[in-house]
Every structure is written in structure tokens, then in C-alpha cells.
Design a protein. Structure first.
Length: 133
């Protein structure tokens, strides 16, 4: 996805590449009372809402996640509903795992798949320490 992001940027298309961890932090920080915390987070989310393309890497990654349940799913649904971006995402989850995921669930899956073209890549995980194979 990162390569696609750079190609889009070179073509002059407003593309944003985001990790689950960045989204998690932005959704959490946007609710903070401290201006120094919530203002940058809200600006980050506003830029995502204005983007033409959002490339979300590793959807469903919850490593180090200690936030309240639901915050992430609601943030994603809002971005999907309010923004006009085309989305690309990668995940190691199956459709069933995505639908059962504590943050993603069936509603997010439905929104992500609306008008989607699914590309399934199979094979060994090429990342160090990868779990799929």
C-alpha cells in the first residue's frame, strides 16, 4: 500500500497512508480536553476526511491497544460516512475475523466492502515475525 500511496502522490492525488495505531491515537486524542492534544488529532482526522484516497495498512491490528471498546469502530464509521475518499486497506484478517473483531465488526465490514473489489493475496508472510503462512 505504501508504494501505491507514493504513486498517487506523484500523480498529484491527495492520498493519506495510515496505520491502525495512528488512527487509534487520533480517535483517542480527539476526545481529550487539552488543546495541545485534541487540536492536532482533530486536524489529522479532518485531513483524512478531505483526502481523495485513504490507504489503511493492517486493519484490525490491536497490538498495544488499551482504549475503550467502540471508539475505534465509531471513528472509522465516521470517516467512511463523512469523507468522500476511496479506501484501500490491507488486513491479515479473514472476512469472518473482520466481522467478529472487537473494533471492526459487521457494520464497518459492510461499509468497507460497499462497492469494493477484494484482492486476496496468499502465501507466506514476508515480514519478520509474520504469522500468516
Amino acid at each position: 500500500l505504501l508504494g501505491v500511496h507514493f504513486e498517487l502522490l506523484c500523480a498529484g492525488i491527495d492520498s493519506r497512508f495510515v496505520l491502525s495505531s495512528e488512527l487509534r491515537e487520533a480517535f483517542r486524542d480527539a476526545q481529550a480536553l487539552d488543546d495541545g492534544v485534541h487540536v492536532p488529532a482533530r486536524l489529522f482526522l479532518e485531513r483524512l476526511q478531505r483526502a481523495r484516497v485513504i490507504l489503511w495498512d493492517d486493519a484490525g491490528d490491536i497490538d498495544g491497544d488499551e482504549r475503550a471498546r467502540g471508539t475505534f469502530a465509531e471513528g472509522i464509521k465516521k470517516l467512511l460516512d463523512l469523507g468522500g475518499a476511496s479506501w484501500g486497506l490491507s488486513t491479515n484478517l479473514t472476512g469472518e475475523e473482520f466481522a467478529a473483531h472487537k473494533d471492526l465488526g459487521r457494520k464497518v465490514l459492510s461499509r468497507v466492502l460497499a462497492g469494493a473489489r477484494v484482492v486476496r493475496l496468499e502465501g507466506r508472510d514476508q515480514r519478520p515475525g509474520g504469522t500468516r503462512g
